[in-house]
Structures are given as structure tokens and as C-alpha cells.
Design a protein around this ligand. Structure first.
Ligand code: AMP
Length: 413
């Protein structure tokens, strides 16, 4: 016997009970985002590879290790999208959305692909709800975006959430700061973990995330980016904070917050949940990306957005599972009466009734057991004398002609 094939590592089958929660989450997001003027967008599942390498950043884990990149039969290098922002900005440029009133507000619920080490809340195929507000650098855009994710998480009943906020400034300040930090790390090499030392050149900021104790001690005295930012960036951040205060949205400032994507400028934020394991406790996050459009060959167009993991939001959510659609009619039949029973099932469904029909050759007794298990209000039993129609909410059984069953049910349901 050949080996049984299983789903690829890091992927999930979303079975009906969980799929119902997905639908609930999608409807909730659609409502909240439509109220704020967001239109839905779907971009292709794969894009030109350098759309991601140029924006997400050559040095990031995502680009270095996690992309599903392949050459198609025409020889083009394509990548299954690891994130949604670069594709949406690409689409904005491609469709001339700068001609619309700015900012253009777009949202998506899509699947993304990253070759990561799978664990609870971290998969190789996962879904995100995300928004992008493109074409304005007003701090009100930042604050509005941040509040919308908070509202979505509240509506889902996400437990124990906390908003963490930071600012990154512009690439020039970041580059200067990065050199200063690298020099600081080199001066303390002996006290740092191997991993941190290995990444001094490529990604020194990651040192702030280290769990290694003596590394953490060194980092407590490390220079902070926020102390090196020019006034206009600090002013922008102050305004974002003032607007969040005006909306009574509490937040924590974490000057060392880093996210795995390089395109961010200025505002950076995350919502974390105490209900999830520490390593995967970020429900969602995002920030401003004022240089991204230029990085993919467009003009300077500022933008702001976030993405939140569908699987993680469902894990953290306390919404009761949505109720199944009720069964109005169960159709049972004696041998020889399958065709008229089948026809009634299709008529009843077209008329909008939740309907079940025997599909596994059970005896009449077995069918009636299924009928009561289904919770159907009406049971129609096709036999030689006609159709026996039972209202399980009371009254005598009625013997009716097959083509009048719908007539008898109508008006009752
Ligand atoms: P990011 O696109 O990395 O900013 O991630 C935003 C959110 O997407 C995270 O906070 C997670 O909720 C979710 N997410 C990112 N990567 C994964 C993954 N590999 N598996 C499941 N969820 C993920």
C-alpha cells in the first residue's frame, strides 16, 4: 500500500465548525471597515519576486528564508505573497488610484505564505485581514487605522489585548542609528548571544528581542532610536498619540518594538493578547510605509496599514459559535418513492427552506431517527398512500398529495 498523503506541513484544513467562525470574522470585519469607508480588494496570490525583495527587505527573515519562490514555465521568478501591503500598493499604482480622493482605503482578507517553523499560531499558509490607507501622511490616518483594529478585536471578544506603539522615523535617521547601535553591540560582543553577534551586520535591531539574559542586560543600556529622531517625526508621533488619547484608546510605548518587515516609517504598532502564547502573542500590527510606493518604482505616496492573523484572532476570540441554519423539512421515503421525494427537496430548498433528504439508503426507521436528530420542524414521509406530513411542533399527521406539500408548509414557517 502506498503511503497516505497528508496536508503539507504548516497548513490547516479549516473544517466546518471553524469555517463558520471565519465567516463570522469576515462579516464583522466587513461591517467595521465599510463603516470607515474601506473597499475590499483582492490581489493575485503570486507576484513578481522583487515586489517583495525590494520592499519587505533583502535582510529580513521573510525574504531570506521564508518566501515560496518559483520560476514559472516562462522563466519568470514569482513568489507566493508573504504579505499584503506591497501587492496592494502595487495595485494602487497600477490602477492610477492616486486620481481618487486620498487616502484610498482598501481592505482584504486573503491567504499568505511563509516558510516558517510551524507551531501553534504560526503556519506556512495563513490568512490575514488587513487594511491599507494610501495617499495621506496625516497622523489622523494612523490613529484611525489603529483604532479600527482595536474595534475589530473588541467586536470579536479578543481577550486580554494591549496596544503597543512605537515610531521609527525615516530611513536616514534609522541608518545613522543602526551604525551607532552596531558600534555599541561590537563594543559589547563578549556579553551577547552567538545569534545576536551573528546578526550585528544584517539585523542589529533584533538584539532588542533577544531572550538571552546577558544580551538583555547589554540592551538595557543601548542607544534608543526615539532619542535620535528629528523633530518633525517626533511631532507626527505626538499627534498620533494625542488622537488616540482623544479617542480614549490606551497604549503602551515600546521604543524597541520591531516588526519583521523593512518598509515601515514613522508609526509602528501591534496588538498583543495575553491569551496567546508569548512567542505568537501578536494578533496583528502594522504601521506607516511612506517610501514603499517609491521602492516599487512609483512616485512618493505615503501609506499606513495593518494586518491581523485570522487564525490567531479566532484563537483569542470569545464569540459564541454561530448557530447552524435550522432544518425546516426532513424528507423520508419508502422504497420506490425516491424521485418525487428528491423533487420536493429541490423545490423546498429553492423556496428557501433548510431541507434534508435521505442520501444513504437507510430504512424508513433509520430515516425517522435522522429526522428527529436533524431537529426539523416538518417531516414528509413519501409512501404508497401519498405523503404523510408531520408537524413536530404539534397536531395530527396529515396525508397529503406530493405536489401539495409545499402549499401545506407555506405560511407555517
Ligand atoms: P506581519 O504580516 O508579519 O506583520 O503579521 C501580522 C499578523 O499576521 C501577525 O500578528 C499574526 O497574527 C499573523 N501572522 C503572521 N505570520 C503568520 C504565520 N506564519 N502564521 C499565522 N499567522 C501569522
Amino acid at each position: 500500500m502506498s503511503q497516505r498523503i497528508q496536508a503539507p506541513r504548516g497548513t490547516n484544513d479549516v473544517l466546518p465548525k471553524v469555517a463558520a467562525k471565519w465567516a463570522q470574522l469576515e462579516a464583522t470585519a466587513a461591517k467595521i471597515l465599510a463603516r470607515a469607508g474601506y473597499g475590499r480588494i483582492e490581489t493575485p496570490m503570486f507576484e513578481a519576486t522583487h515586489l517583495f525583495s525590494r520592499t519587505v527587505g533583502e535582510a529580513t527573515d521573510v525574504v531570506q528564508k521564508e518566501m515560496y519562490t518559483f520560476q514559472d514555465n516562462g522563466g519568470d521568478s514569482l513568489t507566493l505573497r508573504p504579505e499584503g501591503t506591497a501587492p496592494v500598493v502595487r495595485s494602487y499604482l497600477e490602477h492610477g488610484m492616486h486620481k481618487e480622493p486620498q487616502p484610498v482605503k482598501l481592505w482584504y482578507l486573503s491567504h499568505f505564505f511563509r516558510y516558517e517553523r510551524p507551531q501553534a499560531g504560526r503556519y506556512r499558509q495563513f490568512a490575514q485581514v488587513g487594511i491599507e490607507a494610501i495617499g495621506s501622511e496625516d497622523p489622523a490616518v494612523d490613529a484611525e487605522c489603529i483604532l479600527l483594529l482595536g474595534e475589530l478585536l473588541d467586536a470579536l471578544g479578543a481577550r486580554d489585548t494591549k496596544l503597543v506603539l512605537a515610531t521609527l522615523g525615516q530611513p536616514a535617521s534609522r541608518a545613522a542609528y543602526r551604525e551607532e547601535l552596531q558600534a555599541y553591540l561590537r563594543a559589547h560582543e563578549g556579553e551577547l548571544s552567538r545569534e545576536v553577534v551573528d546578526r550585528i551586520d544584517l539585523n542589529p535591531l533584533r538584539a532588542f528581542d533577544a531572550k538571552h539574559e546577558s544580551t538583555q542586560r547589554v540592551m538595557a543600556g543601548a542607544p534608543r532610536l526615539i532619542d535620535r529622531l528629528p523633530q518633525d517625526d517626533l511631532d507626527h508621533f505626538e499627534e498620533v498619540k494625542a488622537l488616540l488619547d482623544a479617542a480614549d484608546m490606551p497604549y503602551e510605548i515600546d521604543t524597541t518594538l520591531v516588526r519583521g518587515l523593512d518598509y515601515y516609517t514613522r508609526t509602528l504598532f501591534e496588538y498583543q493578547s495575553g491569551a496567546l502564547e508569548a512567542a505568537q502573542n501578536t494578533l496583528g500590527g502594522g504601521g506607516r510605509y511612506d517610501n514603499l510606493a517609491e521602492q516599487i518604482g512609483g512616485p512618493h505616496i505615503p501609506g499606513m496599514g495593518w494586518a491581523a492573523g485570522v487564525e490567531r484572532m479566532i484563537m483569542a476570540s470569545t464569540l459564541p459559535p454561530p448557530a447552524d441554519l435550522p432544518v425546516d423539512l426532513y424528507i423520508a421515503y419508502e422504497p420506490g418513492h425516491k424521485a418525487p421525494a428528491f423533487r420536493l427537496a429541490s423545490d423546498a430548498r429553492r423556496a428557501g427552506h433548510g431541507t434534508r433528504l435521505e442520501l444513504a439508503g437507510r430504512s424508513l426507521k433509520g430515516q425517522l431517527k435522522q429526522a428527529s436528530r436533524s431537529g426539523a420542524r416538518y417531516v414528509a414521509i413519501f409512501g404508497d398512500e401519498g405523503v404523510q406530513l408531520r408537524d413536530r411542533e404539534g397536531g395530527e399527521d396529515k396525508l397529503v398529495a406530493p405536489d401539495t406539500v409545499m402549499h401545506h408548509i407555506r405560511g407555517q414557517l
